[in-house]
Ligand binder design. Structure first.
Ligand SMILES: Cc1cc2nc3c(=O)[nH]c(=O)nc-3n(C[C@H](O)[C@H](O)[C@H](O)COP(=O)(O)O)c2cc1C
Length: 167
């Protein structure tokens, strides 16, 4: 069972877990779904709304899906699922069904089309309200090291329309 919580209750735990172990970014669109591991995200407040921002490189299968989708979810495991995080962060959904191969349950979203990963502890459901492709000319020299292959990110800003944790 999961219980709703205000979007900002667990920001510190969420960002710690995402940046140290990773989380699942899941996108569903027109009956297709995929999940991939993310290590970067932010939770904040723009346009009078609570917003989660994720960064997806153009080479990802997830990029193809999220470009067509209206929403995404971020599901965070606090300790478990290390193997699944590794698998979903190194294998592409173009070639395989990561849910089946990792034994992950795609649980229907409460407020969005994209599912969440039922085995996780904390979930954010996000409706995309803005996206922006990186302009590498505007990036500080100190961050250029992340793009040796010029595989830049697009940033997706999602209004957090549901946030809930495992009871
Ligand atoms: C710990 C970790 C964090 C990652 N963070 C991101 C990220 O924030 N953005 C991104 O585009 N790729 C990230 N990746 C890489 C993708 O998860 C990986 O390329 C994945 O296989 C893409 O899957 P897809 O092709 O099914 O979308 C990360 C990988 C790992 C292992």
């Amino acid at each position: 069972m999961f219980r709703d919580i205000p979007y900002d209750t667990k920001i510190q735990q969420a960002i710690n877990a995402i940046s140290s172990n990773g989380a699942f970014l899941t996108v569903g669109h027109n009956g297709t779904k995929n999940t991939m591991t993310i290590g970067w995200a932010s939770i904040g407040f723009f346009w009078g709304k609570p917003i989660m921002t994720v960064a997806v490189r153009d080479s990802r299968y997830t990029y193809e899906l999220i470009e067509k989708a209206a929403d995404f979810t971020v599901s965070i495991p606090f300790e478990a699922l290390q193997e699944a995080l590794h698998f979903c962060g190194t294998k592409s959904g173009r070639d395989r069904d990561k849910f089946t191969e990792c034994g992950l349950t795609a649980q229907p979203g409460r407020r969005v089309n994209s599912p969440v990963i039922a085995e996780c502890d904390l979930h954010y459901e996000c409706q995309i309200v803005f996206k922006t492709k990186m302009n590498p000319d505007l990036l500080a020299e100190s961050c250029q090291k992340w793009y040796p292959k010029k595989d830049y990110h697009t940033f997706y800003f999602g209004e957090i329309v549901a946030c809930y944790e495992r009871e």
